[in-house]
Each structure stands twice: as C-alpha cells, then as structure tokens.
Design a protein around this ligand. Structure first.
Ligand code: SF4
Length: 470
C-alpha cells in the first residue's frame, strides 16, 4: 500500500464516518492511556529514568556497529546462527531457505512488527510454507485477512461479534460473541494443535542483548515461549536498532516498555533466548537463527532521522495522538501507524510513496511528551515536510504555501501587519465568532472555523495584559 495525500484523506474520511470504529478507537486508546499514566506514576523518578534511557539509546546508536558485532560474537558462541539481511527480500529469502533446508511446511509465529514490515507471511505462502500467527490479536487479523491496526494491539479495531464470526468459521461451529472464555479456549485449543504440528517457530525480538547474544521477547499470552521452545527450529527477525549493550540497559528498557505500552510493570511473559537447547534441557529448539534486519535503518544513522531508531515500539504515541485516534491504523497504509509510523514509513518505504504521512499530525507535541525514549517526532515530521518541499514531492502550490509561511514566520513585523489586515478584511466572512462562508467555499468543510481573535497574542503580551491575567 501507499499513502499519497488523496489516498490518506479518503481512508481517513471512511474511518471517521465509521461509528463502530470510532467507539473502538476511543475505548481502547483511552484505556491504554490511563493504564500507562497509572503505571508510570508508581516509579519513584520516572523523568530521570526516561532521561537515562534516552542517553542509553543514543549512546548505543553512536556505536551500533560495535554492539552488533559483540552481539553476533556472543550469539555464535551460544550456538545460534546469525544472518545479516540488508533488505526485506533478503530477510524473507533467508527464512525461506532455512525452512526449506528443514523440510518445514508450517511455521508458527509470535507477534513481530519486523516480519510485518518485510511482508514475510505472503513470501512464506508463495514458497509453499503456511505461516500461522499465534498472538491472539495477530491471529484474528490474519483470519480476517487484514493488516494489524496498532503496534501493540493489532485487532483492537474489531468487535466481539466480528471475532466470534471468524473463530466460528475456523472452529467449524457457532461460537457466541458474549462468551469470552469460550472464545479464548477455542482459540487456545486450535493454536495448541498448530504449535505441536509446526517444525519452525518465527518471532521478532524486542531486545537483542549484546553481552550474551540473547534475544528477548515480551508477550502477554505465553505464545512467545511456545514458538521459541516447541518447534525444532526457531528463527528470530530483529531490527538492527534493537540492541541493548548490557542486561542492565535491557532492564531499563523492559521497565519502560511494559508501562508505556499496556500499563503493566512487566509484560506477563519475558522470554530470553540464548542459543539452542543445551544437552539435558527438557525442551527448546535444536537450531536458533537470528536474522539481523537493516532495511534502510543504517541509512538513518548520522542524519536528522537517527533518533527514530531509538523507538522501542511501545505504541504510547499512537494512543495519545489526536489524528491516530480518529483515523485508526489502516489509514496509514503500512504496518507502522500513528506518529512513529508517520516518521518511519517514509524512511523505510520511501517518502514519495508516503508523502501524506508527515502531514498526518497536528504537531501538538503530545507524542513527544509520552515517548519513553523522548523521541522528538514533531521535529522529524517537520523535517520530512521540508524534505518534501526540497525534493518537489508535493504539488507546486503546496510548496509555494509552505515557503510563504516559512517566510512569514521569520519576518515577525510583516507577519503582524498581515495578520492585522486579515483580521480587518476577514470581518465580513465571520459571524458570531465563526466562519459564515457557504459550505462549498469553507476550507474546513464540515467545521466552522473560529474567527481571528480581536487582538493577537503578541499584542496582548506586549501590553502586559497576559501578565495581569496570571
Ligand atoms: S516513538 Fe516513542 S512512544 Fe512511539 S512507539 Fe516509539 S518508543 Fe513508543
């Protein structure tokens, strides 16, 4: 998919008109926002911890090659195989080759944004290998043949009735939407059979710990453990930016990840995989393969976008974003949605194909306020808009408008005079404090724009009026 401006607008309009989706988005994001706030409030000095984490992530990226080499050395010493994938096609081919060598016809998968990014499922299917998602949300969207709509909660746009219908079809019997324990136990029974029948488990990796060559997975359903211990081969596809140099760094990461994503102090299951099963282990894979995925990540190093690589995919910026909360994840046209998606989708998949996304933000800065790694997404959104102007990606009139505004904002006296003139000349267009132009001429269409304030903020500030109000 792509996200050209008209495509994004059309998908956004469809989402906004969907009352069921609006209810689901507000309910789910509201719940996650509240859980995050309560859980972080339990930490003694959360702001200091976030500062420290920011320093850890930034220092790690500054020596990324060194940490990746350390990780590779230690993972090999633990008995794992390490593969380097420069792009999505190479990563998919590596997984397919491993599957073919092992005669695998079905692979169970744990939730992984990296495998969504490289479109591993269609590649496996084309190679005759059946991928089965085992995270409940991922399984639901797989059964519905839809992409995930949220980094953490892939199916939260769907209702119980829709889920019951999908499960009924899969189970071959009618399952009532109101009996949640029955629905989950049916899902568990079906997925257990898949775990037992699969020869390959595929996961992502939340963290790759360099000092021991371990891959850490966090899940809430225990499916990550099943995927990494029952099948004879485990393949982990991990973005190269997911490196933590030490377990101390990983501990900080984990304490912020659970709290920022679902409001848990730690997710229910935290699994560390360090090489294959050792002699005497009761279970575990005979082979562990780790695919280190670049896919244009290294292009961001040393650029104004390097900071985006500090993301830990917690989803907090999605839950707070007023745009995401209206349009949902599918409007973004790629697996990464919300403010982080609006930054990294153009970087990973091309600005020309996703030129609408840097504009899918009100620049309210809420995403920066909640991000555990303090990633300055608004700055990068503005930088991407500037790149669009420089690379002539947006139409000439929009480029002219952006340049005109930039000029006006950097000439305050002329800006003030222009604003005063607009205030005076615009009077006939407003009534009772709001626009009174015919609907067809209204740039905001359904909404009535508020009139300009009688006096500007700068005038009120200069007169001392605002000081008195304080
Ligand atoms: S940008 Fe920050 S808030 Fe958003 S998903 Fe990444 S780490 Fe979480």
């Amino acid at each position: 998919m792509t996200a050209h401006i008209n495509e994004f607008r059309q998908r956004a309009k469809t989402s906004i008109a969907d009352a069921r989706l609006q209810g689901a988005l507000e309910g789910a994001t509201g719940h996650l926002r509240q859980a995050r706030a309560e859980s972080l409030a339990d930490l003694p000095d959360v702001e200091a911890l976030r500062d420290h984490f920011k320093e850890v992530r930034s220092a790690t990226l500054a020596r990324l090659a060194h940490h990746l080499e350390t990780f590779e050395r230690n993972a090999l010493a633990a008995g794992a195989h390490v593969h380097w994938a420069g792009n999505a096609e190479t990563a998919c081919q590596i997984v397919i080759d491993i599957a073919r060598q092992q005669g695998v016809t079905m692979a169970t998968k744990s939730k992984s944004m990296a495998t969504e990014e490289i479109r591993l499922n269609p590649a496996l299917q084309a190679a005759g290998i059946q991928p089965v998602e085992t995270d409940l949300g991922e399984w639901i969207v797989q059964l519905a043949d839809e992409p995930p709509s949220h980094i953490v909660a892939p199916a939260f746009h769907m209702t119980r009735a829709q889920v019951a219908e999908l499960f009924s079809k899969e189970a071959g019997k009618d399952l009532p939407p109101d009996d949640i324990p029955l629905l989950t136990s049916e899902a568990r029974a079906i997925l257990r059979q898949k775990f037992l029948a699969s020869d390959m488990g595929i996961s992502g990796g939340n963290i790759a710990v360099a000092e021991t060559g371990s891959v850490v997975l966090v899940t809430n359903e225990g499916n990550g453990r099943m995927v990494t211990s029952l099948p004879k081969v485990h393949v982990a596809v991990v973005g190269i930016e997911k490196i933590a140099p030490t377990w101390d760094d990983a501990a900080v990461w984990l304490s912020l990840l659970g709290r920022s994503s679902t409001g848990q102090h730690l997710t229910a299951y935290t699994t560390a995989v360090t090489g294959p099963a050792r002699p005497g282990d009761p279970d575990g894979p005979q082979e562990v393969h780790i695919v280190l995925l670049d896919n244009r990540r290294s292009h961001q190093l040393g650029t104004p976008y390097e900071e985006a690589l500090q993301c830990i995919r917690c989803g907090a910026c999605l839950n707070i974003c007023p745009v995401y909360r209206e349009v949902g994840g599918h409007a973004y046209g790629n697996p990464y949605s919300g403010p982080i998606g609006a930054v990294i989708a153009p970087l990973l998949f091309g600005l020309e194909a996703y030129e609408a996304l840097p504009h899918a933000s009100s620049l309210c800065v809420a995403c920066l306020e909640v991000c555990p790694a303090r990633i300055d997404l608004p700055r990068m959104l503005l930088q991407l808009r500037a790149d669009e102007v420089d690379r002539r990606i947006i139409p000439w009139y929009e480029r002219a408008a952006e340049r005109g505004l930039a000029w006006a904002f950097t000439h305050p006296r002329l800006y003030d005079r222009g604003a005063n003139a607009a205030r005076f000349l615009g009077r006939p267009l407003f009534k009772d404090g709001h626009s009174a132009v015919p609907r067809k001429l209204n740039p905001a269409q359904q909404r009535r724009l508020p009139a300009l304030a009688p006096r500007s903020f700068r005038q009120r500030w200069a007169s001392g009026e605002l000081e008195e109000e304080r």
